[in-house]
Design a protein around this ligand. Structure first.
Ligand code: SF4
Length: 466
């Protein structure tokens, strides 16, 4: 297959140069949050290890320094520091098919136990100073590790654990069925259940931390979170343009403030800056591959990112292909809640989650999929004019992979574009070699090119060629 250049940006190299200036700031924000927690621990202020997505307004309302073991595992993987802790967890009896984020976090926890609760001191061993020892651990019932991984870490370190149930509103991070969101009784049952979950979490935190929640901070965080969501969605809207102003390797970094700094001004500022930069790139018609004025092939990335081999995102550019979007980190446009957060912040928070689920269900109905994720993927393939879809079939994350075969079949049958199922893992570099991934990818890109030629021959424009 013809190469655009001989840049070989992929290979074994993990240093993936970002296209946008703003995403280069992400690592500074990550370091800042890790430092906050270490400083808080030094001052005797509370530190929490949190599962991504645990109610950010409540975290901000209690003024807790929050650290996210999932994100930290991804950082360690990208820095090639992940394997010793994966092996440590496995040597303690945790199976190698357990979520690799969980295995890394457990390995880290055992190491901490060895150090009598201390943070591993060497930068050779852990990135950026390490995760501070937690005073509390907050899990989330989005998947089985959301319960059991966080409970296990609490048990090993003898730290209290709370699991936020999120009853029914978000069933799993992957395939979600369409539930009767239009039924007023069902709606009220979901919202009331989430309000109760949040009340339980607040009562538990008050007792463990010996302090009260600051409702002004909760409301302030709610507004900031919404503003961040608006900007984040705006970036996704801009990215529909051709040529792509911002590829997936940038978004898999840019997800961090949204996932881990929710409710902070830093997160709002980040997405505002990113939005402005992407808009500017669009106005200047700047292409991700500078040698080309247009992408030859526009690709879709399905599922969690591949932190153990981020070079793949750049590797495809050797063939004129760009990953232009991805579903896992997509954020829908924010819908105003019916309840005024000043009057009832917990109801407003629950309504926001309810509307997130309802928007997805409405879309799935439009696409006739019966499945929220499949509806989103089909809409994205169309609106981003993709020529091919990679679905990351994660060996160690069952919640995201549940339903992938259904989604894969729908794409194959409905979209008319070639699809590749890439079996690998988000974090564990032992799962598959970069050479195997590259071989499979090159074969797939041949197929994308063949489909495109066939469409052009038949007189139709390729999806990526409006
Ligand atoms: S959703 Fe998947 S990757 Fe995330 S914690 Fe659960 S099992 Fe691990």
């Amino acid at each position: 297959m013809e190469r655009v250049t001989q840049r070989q940006l992929g290979g074994e190299d993990q240093r993936v140069e970002k296209t946008t200036r703003t995403t280069k700031l992400v690592s500074e924000l990550e370091k800042m949050q890790i430092r906050w927690a270490l400083e808080a621990a030094d001052k005797g202020e509370p530190v929490a290890w949190c599962m991504v997505g645990v109610q950010p307004e409540i975290i901000r309302g209690f003024g807790i320094a929050d650290v996210y073991p999932e994100n930290y595992a991804a950082i360690a993987s990208a820095k090639r520091q992940v394997v010793p802790y994966l092996e440590r967890a496995e040597s303690e009896g945790f199976p190698a098919f357990l979520c690799s984020y969980a295995r890394y976090g457990l390995g880290y926890t055992y190491r901490m136990l060895e150090l009598s609760g201390g943070v591993p001191p060497s930068p050779e061993e852990v990135p950026w100073g390490g995760m501070a020892r937690p005073d509390i651990i907050l899990g989330r019932a989005q998947c089985e590790p959301g319960y059991k991984w966080f409970q296990a870490m609490g048990k090993i370190l003898d730290v209290p654990v709370f699991i936020h149930e999120e009853k029914c509103i978000r069933i799993a991070p992957g395939s979600n069925p369409v539930l009767p969101y239009d039924d007023p009784e069902f709606r009220e049952a979901l919202i009331s259940a989430e309000i109760q979950d949040n009340k339980d979490m607040i009562a538990w935190l008050s007792e463990k931390l010996g302090r009260k929640i600051d409702w002004d901070r909760v409301i302030e965080a709610f507004y900031r979170h919404n503003e961040m969501r608006r900007l984040w969605n705006g970036v996704f809207e801009l990215r529909k343009s051709m040529p792509s102003p911002m590829p997936s390797e940038d978004m898999v970094s840019a997800l961090y403030p949204g996932y881990c700094l929710g409710g902070t001004q830093e997160a709002v500022d980040f997405y505002a800056k990113l939005y402005d930069e992407v808009k500017e790139r669009l106005e200047k018609k700047l292409c991700v591959i500078p040698e080309l004025s247009q992408e030859k092939y526009r690709l879709f990335w399905g599922g969690i990112g591949i932190w153990q081999y981020t070079g793949l995102y750049k590797y495809v550019q050797n063939f004129g292909a760009v990953f232009v979007t991805e579903n896992q980190y997509y954020r829908d446009a924010f819908v105003e809640t019916d309840t005024d957060p000043q009057k009832d912040p917990l109801r407003a928070i629950a309504e926001r989650h309810f509307y997130d689920a309802k928007i997805g269900a409405d879309r799935a109905r439009r696409f006739g999929t019966g499945d929220i994720r499949a509806g989103l993927v089909l809409e994205m393939l169309d609106s981003y004019r993709c020529d091919g879809a990679f679905l990351h079939f994660l060996i160690s994350c069952r919640p995201v992979v549940i339903g992938w075969t259904h989604t894969y079949n729908l794409i194959r049958d409905e979209s008319g574009i070639p699809t590749m199922s890439l079996e690998s893992d988000m974090c564990d570099p032992r799962s598959v070699s970069p050479a195997d991934i590259r071989n499979k990818t090159e074969a797939f890109l041949e197929m994308v090119a063949t489909y495109q030629q066939a469409r052009e021959k038949a007189g139709g424009s390729a999806p990526g060629k409006a």
